[in-house]
Design a protein around this ligand. Structure first.
Ligand SMILES: Cc1ncc(COP(=O)(O)O)c(C=O)c1O
Length: 360
């Protein structure tokens, strides 16, 4: 008997998360496994966040504050914006789905880069929109190409800056030029999951405030990366009242759990931790660059906490061979892999295994 799944599911490939460490340990009988596959924080999270989770756990039987009031207030104070322009979500992933649901009717067009965060295409296909894919140019988002793809059916455009998985970014000037070509009735999603790792001075300034300049823009950020709270699922977005009020209609009543709200409030207070994560990441990326250069591997300089590189060999083979040696990386496409920057110890282990696998 054929069950009545929606036809669109035939066009959707399930999101493939990085393999859990425990699975790899069991499969290959390994004691030590480094997961450098999902851009997680190698320093875990702030001790203040752990303490806040312990304290919040005493009220586990009580639903969380459905409005995330205290968290909204903490974010509003931190950034100096109005609470009405902030929406915490269960990871920014939840916002990706809600944006597709809020703006895309079946047949509407939505534009995204060819190689980018996979949740966008899953969300867009789920609502039967027409996905218009624009290839990257030298591993960067082709903003001119994306602007040229706009038609009178376009409703939503997805920009990831820095882009996952390539780690490339576009500058303020490039963004301004792009936005000047986007009609006011087309919504631009500006996803900054990795903004705190950016080292380039040309990155758009005060980017969280872009929605104030562009009422058709929503800026997404997350506590999963630099704050190290991926396991709790908490992200947040900035947008004008009109967008927030409408998205709020489809938001689940208790979308951000009690522990996540408490941890995120505490994590924001520990900017020393953020600085430490930034420094470890910067040192790590410079280490990788040097190693890749010595190994003769082509890599894409990154503005995030991962590096996209040409392994010179099928990515799935590299993935399996690295896994057998206790390092989980992410195969992307063709010969391209993505490695999350870890602690220096993890980076050194990764390089040593990669040399083995690639015969360098
Ligand atoms: C570009 C980008 N956006 C959003 C997310 C989702 O983050 P989360 O749902 O954990 O907040 C990720 C996660 O990897 C990402 O890479």
């Amino acid at each position: 008997m054929k069950l009545p799944f929606r036809k669109t599911l035939e066009n959707i490939t399930a999101y493939k998360p990085g393999k859990p460490i425990e699975d790899v340990q069991r499969e290959y009988g390994l004691e030590k496994v480094d997961k450098l596959a999902s851009n997680e924080n190698p320093l875990n999270c702030s001790p203040l966040a752990i303490q806040a989770v312990r304290e919040a756990a005493v009220n586990m039987s009580i639903y969380p504050d459905g409005n995330s009031t205290e968290l909204k207030k903490a974010i509003a104070d931190f950034y100096g914006v109005s609470e009405t322009e902030i929406m915490p979500t269960s990871g920014s992933d939840e916002m990706v789905s809600m944006l597709a649901e809020a703006f895309l009717d079946p047949g509407d067009e939505t534009i995204m880069p060819d190689i980018t965060f996979t949740s966008y295409i899953i969300a867009a296909r789920m609502v039967d929109s027409k996905v218009v894919i624009v290839p990257l140019k030298s591993f960067k988002l082709d903003l001119d190409g994306m602007a040229a793809a706009i038609t009178d059916k376009t409703k939503l455009i997805w920009l990831c800056n820095p882009n996952n998985p390539t780690g490339t970014m576009f500058t303020e000037d490039e963004l301004t030029a792009f936005m000047s070509k986007v009609p006011e009735n087309v919504v631009v999603v500006y996803d900054e999951a990795y903004v705190e790792f950016v080292t380039s001075p040309d990155y758009p300034k005060d980017s969280y405030k872009l929605y104030q300049k562009y009422p058709n823009m929503i800026v997404m950020r997350t506590f999963s990366k630099v704050y190290g709270l991926a396991g709790l699922r908490v992200g947040y977005s900035f947008a004008g009242r009109d967008i927030m009020e409408n998205i709020n209609k489809i938001r689940k009543a208790f979308n951000v759990n009690r522990l996540a709200q408490a941890a995120a409030i505490a994590a924001l207070k520990d900017q020393e931790f953020v600085k430490k994560v930034y420094a470890v990441n910067k040192e790590g990326k410079e280490y990788y660059y040097k190693c890749f250069e010595k190994m003769g591997l082509e890599y894409v300089p990154t503005q995030a906490n991962y590096i996209f590189l040409d392994a010179g060999m099928d990515c799935n083979k590299v993935f399996v061979d690295m896994q057998k040696r206790g390092v989980i990386i992410r195969p992307i496409k063709g010969n391209f892999i993505r490695i999350t920057i870890g602690t220096m110890e993890q980076n050194q282990r990764c390089i040593s295994q990669l040399k083995d696998v690639l015969g360098k």
